[in-house]
Design a protein around this ligand. Sequence first.
Ligand code: NAD
Ligand code: MG
Length: 390
Amino acid sequence: MRSISVLGATGSIGESAFDLLMRAGEPETFRTIALTGASNVARLAEMARALRAEIAVTAMPEKLPELREALAGTGIEAAAGPEAIAEAAARPADWTLSAIIGAAGLPPGLEVLRRGGTLALANKESLVAAGRLVMAEAARSGARILPVDSEHSAIFQSLNGENLEQVESVTITASGGAFRDWPLERLARATVSEASCHPNWAMGQRITIDSASMFNKALEVIETHEFFGIDEERIRVLVHPQSIIHAFVSHRDGASIAHMGAPDMRHAIGYALNWPHRAALPVAALDLAALGSLTFSAPDETRWPALRLAREVIRAGGAAGAVLNAAKEQALDDFIAGRIGFMDMAPAVERALEACARETGFSASPASLDDVLAWDLRGRRLAASTAGAA
Ligand code: NAD
Ligand code: MG
C-alpha cells in the first residue's frame, strides 16, 4: 500500500488523478494523506471524503469555515492558507502529485523534495521559475521527480535510460492551440472565451490560453532544458495539430524514438503513478487507420514570439526564467481581466525581461525560495507597469 498526496486536486489535472485513484480501488491500494485546492471547497471536501484523506487544505483562509463544515463528522482535518498547503506537502507520502497552477506550486513542491519524496510534477512553472533550485534540492535529498507534462513524460519514456549526452535533439510538439489557423490581423481582437477553447485537450483555463499564445510551449522548452539538462540548441518545437505524437528523441545514428498516444492527461499521470511499471489505464487505444494522417509544420516565431523569448531566457540564465514566468502570469491575469489584448501579452513579457536585463541583469540562478519570490514579484510588477505601454 502506498501513501499519496495531491496538491491542486480540484483542477483539471487533479480531477484526472482523482479519476485514476478511484478506479485503482482506493483505499485498498492507496492511502491518501493530503488533498489541496483553492476556491472550490465543496469539491475538495467531496474528494477528501471519497479518498478518505487525512487532511484537506484550501489555499483561501476565508474558505476554511465552509471546508470545516463540509468535512464535519468525517475525522478529516481541514486547514487553509499557503503555509498550510506547504505543511501538508511536508507530511510524509510515498507519491505526491504537484498539480497547482502557477508559481504558487513552487513552495509545496520544494517541501516534497526536501523530505525526499517522489514528486510527480505537472507544475511546470516551478521548473521554469526555479529549475536549478528544484533539481538541486532533489539531488541533495535523493528525491525523485517524475514528469507529468505530456511532452516531458513522452521524452522520459522515449529516452528509456539512454544517455542524453549522445542524443542529437529532442522535439516537443505543439497543437498550435485555439488560433492555429487564424490570420495574424484577427489575433489582436481574440477574446478570452475564444482563447479558452482548446481543439484537442481539455485543460484548465490558464494553460488553455497559454496554448493559444504558445506561452505554454515556451514554458515547456525551458522545462525541457531544466529537467533533462539539455542545451537549448538541441530542443526543437514542431507544430502537430492532431496531438498524437507528444515528443520524440533523435539519435545521432539517424533513429528517432517517438511517443504516441491519444491526447488524454490520464496517460502521463497514470504513467507517473505506476512508474516503473505500466498499468492498464482508461486511455483510448491509438487507432492510426482511423486518424488517417498526421501532419507537421515548423512554428512561426513572428506569430509566436513566446518561443523566441523562451530561447533568450535559457541563454540569459540566472533568474530570467523566474522573471519570464511571473511576467507571463501577470500578462495572463491582465488579458483575462480585459486590461490588455491577446497580442499584448508577449510584448509585456518581453518588456519586463528587457527592463530587468537593463537595470540589473539576471544575476545568478535563485538559490533559495525567497530569492525566487523576490524575482517573481519584480517580474509581475514590471509586466504590470509596462502593460499597455507603446
Ligand atoms: P487548474 O486551474 O485546472 O487547477 C489548478 C489547481 O490549483 C486547482 O486545484 C486550484 O484550486 C489550485 N490552485 C489555484 N491557485 C492556487 C494557489 N494560489 N495556491 C494553491 N493552489 C491553487 O490547472 P490545471 O490545468 O490542472 O494545471 C495544473 C498544472 O498542471 C499547471 O502547472 C499546468 O501547467 C500543468 N499542466 C496541466 C495540463 C492540463 O492538461 N491541464 C497539462 C500539462 C501540464
Ligand atoms: Mg504539455
